[in-house]
Design a protein around this ligand. Sequence first.
Ligand code: MTE
Length: 330
Amino acid sequence: MHPLRDRGFTHPIPSEVTPRAAYEQRRQWLKLLAAGAAGTALATWAERDARASTTAPGKLAALPGARSTVAGAVTMERLTPYQDVSTYNNFYEFGTDKSDPAKYAKSLKTRPWTVQVEGEVRKPGTYDIDALLKLAPMEERIYRMRCVEGWSMVIPWVGWSIAELIKRVEPTGNAKFVQFVTLADRAQMPGLRSSVLEWPYVEALRMDEAMHPLAILAFGLYGEVLPNQNGAPVRLVVPWKYGFKSGKSIVRIRFVEKQPKTSWELSAPQEYGFYSNVNPTVDHPRWSQATERRIGEDGLFAKKRPTLMFNGYEAQVGQLYAGMDLRKLY
Ligand code: MTE
């Protein structure tokens, strides 16, 4: 039995769509090729690819999710190996290098943990993380994720639509935006000594974006609770927006009337807008958004893949932005 099935996954996973033997043979072949002809750079990539695994190591607590029936919630593209998902991260509270979070986030204590819901809601409250986990049935959401820096991954998240929480707290008519405030604790987060961003890290969505069923609160990935470096114990995941919209280690969810500033807007407003929808036609000043490289799969010499409008979720979310000038509201 495939290890993912063991954890309650009942649908075909990408490694089964490509028969495993053929897939491993291809990797072996690439590795040989690389070692022989193409030099060190490619060899490094092939080795990294061969080492990586598409299953979680099983060191964290199991957190299975049922296959989601939400439209667009499962892509059949090959999963990015767990090894890459959990070691190539942005989490500036633990350093700005991609490898820093995996090294330093061990110090993050994820229990006890509470999430405060406040602002323009009829039922504000403080949720203990273990109660929040049980608020709605866990679903597995296999999402394409795309970073503004030009790389992408395919990640099997475990969580539920934020709409589940929003419905329960009953927003008032004044609630136009939802702000997500993440932990800022100097004792646990060495990166806070740097002023690279304003702390705490904050993100926000317009109310209708937050209510979209594809926007989730994620508590796990690969059938286990989130590794700390990926935003344990709870983070936002919005697959049609650049990765930085997905705030990690959330402690406060605030419903507000005015559009809040977000951390990246505050740090560089000319580079990062409020919306940050994946859009191959609007380049970031420093990085083209037309194409992307899939981490763990596309080597340095591979042709880059085209980036899709709204990261491929246009059919599901395009309507949210009808009539908006996405060059201005980027
Ligand atoms: N959340 C917090 N609290 N701090 C951060 O630095 N980085 C963002 C986002 N959420 C960040 C954060 C950025 S830039 C990205 S690309 C994604 O998290 C990365 O998520 P991943 O490491 O799980 O792929």
